[in-house]
Design a protein around this ligand. Structure first.
Ligand code: PLP
Length: 385
């Protein structure tokens, strides 16, 4: 049987591959510690679980959900944007719930691009920006995020012809995988560049609530002209320890939201109503757990940064996200360092180049491991160097 060309050019998903390595090591009897995927170990707050349990009992919620999400959920999202970012959103036209933002990141290509169109993709970046393009037959032009630019893109280096051809540009701040934050004028520059070249901006903002040291992350939609040019994916999977629940949303330009909604109504049937009602509880209920998680991640960030500095690695303290982007020691590549740690310390970390060629020379450490296991992992890394 012949499969599509698209499937043969689609790499296996990074963390599916990492899971395989973990299983192999475990089969050898090793006590493996994964600092790989950003998936909180702490549970979803109790009041959200209780709401799900209650709503799951209501048989009305067992039927197909509304395609565009419950109106109450869209309103709660718009209220959150007003409260948190002072951004006004029309809940009927500018808000679209998603089955986790990952599906939206991949489906947006089907709404905005034809086969052969071009997308500008940060390098390194969250893998779905690239794999979504591959699935949709879209050409990928990488925007290097370099240490010397504090891992922000430099629009002046983008070839004019490529800029004119581009249909879509990704941004992600606070950034996965580098932990960088947006420089002061990034979004203004991006909007000017996108207007000049008629490019839709897709800003991916899942770490807006996980910030430290007094830093408050903005929404792209706070900036003048943003809604004319783009949308913002804002997943709260990490903020509320709800990665498994598969909910959250995209907001912004009404025409783009309508187009993505049209793709989705033909592909999926929305989010289980009980999960949507629990999502409303997350947004409108107590936010104490979010503050608690910030404290936990800050403590772990400090532990990682100080240990790695002791070893002599020039690590920057991230002001946001659940990741530390670590330059590898001299004499190693991203791959050889990740392999060394796996072989000698049974600690799993993704090599930086798995997020794009400009990630070469780095590994990413995720802070979503319990303190004692993280401490043990750091001790083992120190010993094997
Ligand atoms: C940058 C980025 N975007 C999107 C996602 C996906 O989040 P969700 O759980 O909403 O699908 C992640 C998850 O790790 C992420 O790091």
């Amino acid at each position: 049987m012949e499969f599509s060309k698209r499937i043969s050019s689609l790499p296996p998903y990074l963390f599916a591959e990492i899971d395989k390595k973990i299983e192999e090591k475990k089969a050898q009897g090793c006590d493996v510690i994964s600092l790989g995927i950003g998936d909180p170990v702490e549970p979803t707050p109790k009041h959200i679980i209780e709401k799900l349990a209650e709503e799951a009992q209501n048989t009305e919620n067992h039927r197909y959900p509304s395609y565009y999400g419950m109106p109450q959920l869209r309103k709660s999202i718009a209220d959150f944007y007003k409260r948190r970012f002072s951004v006004d959103l029309d809940p009927d036209k500018e808000v679209l719930p998603l089955i986790g933002s990952k599906e939206g990141l991949a489906h947006i290509y089907l709404a905005l691009c034809d086969e052969g169109d071009t997308a500008l993709i940060p390098d390194p970046g969250y893998p779905v920006y690239q794999t979504g393009a591959i699935i949709a037959g879209v050409k990928r032009e990488l925007m290097p995020l370099l240490d010397e630019n504090k891992f922000n893109p430099d629009f002046s280096t983008i070839d004019e012809n490529i800029a004119r051809q581009a249909k879509l540009m990704w941004l992600c701040y606070p950034n996965n995988p580098t932990g960088a934050i947006a420089k002061d004028n990034l979004f203004e520059e991006a909007i000017r560049f996108a207007k000049k070249n008629d490019i839709a901006i897709c800003h991916d903002n899942p770490y807006s609530e996980i910030t430290f040291d007094g830093y408050i992350a903005p929404s792209f939609l706070q900036y003048e002209g943003a809604k004319d040019m783009g949308i913002e994916f804002n997943s709260l999977s990490k903020s509320y320890n709800m990665t498994g629940w598969r909910i959250w949303y995209v907001v912004g330009n009404a025409r783009i939201i309508e187009a993505l909604g049209r793709v989705k109504t033909n592909v999926d049937s929305g989010i289980f109503n009980a999960v949507q009602l629990a999502g409303i509880e997350a947004l409108n209920g107590s936010q104490e757990s979010v503050e608690e998680m910030r404290k936990i991640y800050k403590k772990r960030r400090d532990m990682v940064v100080s240990t790695l500095k002791d070893i002599g690695l020039a690590v920057e303290e991230p002001k946001a996200t659940i990741y530390v982007w670590v330059p590898v020691p001299e004499g190693y590549t991203s791959e050889s360092f990740a392999t060394h740690i796996l072989e000698k310390a049974s600690v799993v970390v993704p090599p930086g180049n798995a997020y794009g060629p400009s990630g070469e020379g780095f590994i990413r450490i995720s802070l979503t491991t319990k303190d004692d296991r993280l401490e043990e992992a750091l001790k083992r890394i120190k010993e094997c160097l």
